[in-house]
Design a protein around this ligand. Structure first.
Ligand SMILES: Cc1ncc(COP(=O)(O)O)c(C=O)c1O
Length: 361
């Protein structure tokens, strides 16, 4: 086996090594079935156990009550951008959005395509989405209030979620789900593409409160109704079996090895301070997000020139640090330090950054 590198990609992203090893160890004969999990029927007892465990672990980790359903829906987070207004937009009532970057903008566009009365009640577009807005008021008339908890491209994150005044919160948690505990009670729906913090690509995790299921209009296509997935335990059609299997193993690692979301949060805070403290004292690297809005998952920064940025990414890879190029729409550098990137990965990155600054600064 070649040497594994530290993986700072934004998604698909690093998975915990013990999870990869577990997959490897049971790949050819899944729990005595004599076949691989890649080959097992989704109607088998083996897969039934996998999906039920993944649902139960999600509920335990997030402290969800029985009124929440946990679903796995293909089409990534992007399909949710249109399913949400289709299913949850109430007749004659507006749908409210907070715009904090590329992904919120896409969600807003899809709601508009659905012909909804879309109100953008707050935005950070005036400063290139470099901060999380506050001081806005929520109108009780709204069908829901949508926001993106972590902005993968711009490197900003909500430290505290918006007060919703009883309006159901709907949140795209693609890039920070399971990174910290939170109170799920004000949420009508939470969704996350799996490929950043909980698994490989190919499915979104959707958590929906029971009362939201009653909003779905009858005339939606079957595969676009949340109730279809809730009624059939996400198996109306063939689900992304291997993705769900991997998610279950990642959640097991979170529960049993890390010890839950409080512990995960402590580790993520520690990783954040190691890298941000270093950036703050350096005149060479410049963080791009406003200090109080900085993300603990995606650390975005610039170097003094684009040439140096290219060299930084190239040399880092030679030293075993991969995926540090910023998103193609914004340039610069980005270190995605999701749950599976441990403290040692962040320390190795900071050591490399120090050395690069010493040579090039
Ligand atoms: C916050 C956020 N939302 C949505 C998406 C889109 O996810 P998908 O590719 O699963 O549709 C991404 C992908 O990077 C993201 O970071």
């Amino acid at each position: 086996m070649g040497k594994r590198i530290y993986n700072f990609n934004a998604g698909p992203a690093a998975l915990p090594l013990p999870v990869l090893e577990e997959i490897q160890s049971e790949l050819l004969d899944y729990k005595g079935s004599g076949i691989s999990i890649l080959e097992v029927s989704h109607r088998s007892k083996w897969f039934d156990d996998v999906i039920n465990e993944a649902v139960e672990r999600t509920k335990r980790l997030l402290g969800l009550g029985d009124d929440f359903h946990v679903l796995f829906i293909q089409g990534g987070a992007s399909l949710q951008f249109c399913m949400i207004p289709m299913n949850l937009g109430l007749k004659g009532r507006p749908v409210d959005y907070i715009n904090t970057g590329t992904w919120s903008t896409k969600a807003i566009k899809e709601a508009e395509i659905q012909g909804k009365d879309v109100r953008v009640i707050a935005s950070s577009e005036d400063k290139g989405f470099s901060y999380i807005p506050d001081g806005f008021t929520v109108d009780k008339d709204a069908s829901y209030l949508h926001f993106t908890s972590n902005n993968t491209i711009k490197g900003t994150q909500w430290a505290r979620f918006p007060e919703a005044e009883g309006v159901p919160l709907v949140c795209d948690m693609s890039s920070d789900i399971m990174s910290r505990p939170f109170d799920a009670a004000p949420f009508g729906l939470i969704y996350a593409g799996a490929q950043k913090n909980i698994g490989p690509s190919g499915s979104a995790l959707v958590i929906i409160r029971g009362d939201m299921l009653e909003r779905t209009p009858h005339n939606l296509p079957t595969m676009l109704k949340y109730a279809t997935f809730a009624d059939k335990n996400s198996m109306f059609n063939t689900p992304a079996c291997v993705v769900i299997y991997t998610i279950n193993l990642v959640l097991k690692w979170l529960e049993e090895t890390i010890g839950g979301l409080e512990k995960m949060d402590e580790i993520n805070q520690k990783k954040g301070s190691i890298i941000y403290d270093f950036i703050d004292q350096s005149g060479f690297y410049q963080g791009t997000a406003a200090r109080e809005s900085r993300s603990l998952m995606n650390v975005t920064f610039r170097l003094p020139s684009e040439d140096l940025e290219k060299k930084f990414v190239r040399e880092a890879l030679k030293e075993g640090l991969g995926g540090l190029k910023g998103h193609r729409s914004v340039g610069g550098c980005r270190a995605s330090i999701y749950n599976a990137s441990g403290v040692e990965a962040v320390k190795a990155l900071v050591e490399f950054m120090k050395e690069f600054e010493r040579k090039e600064g």
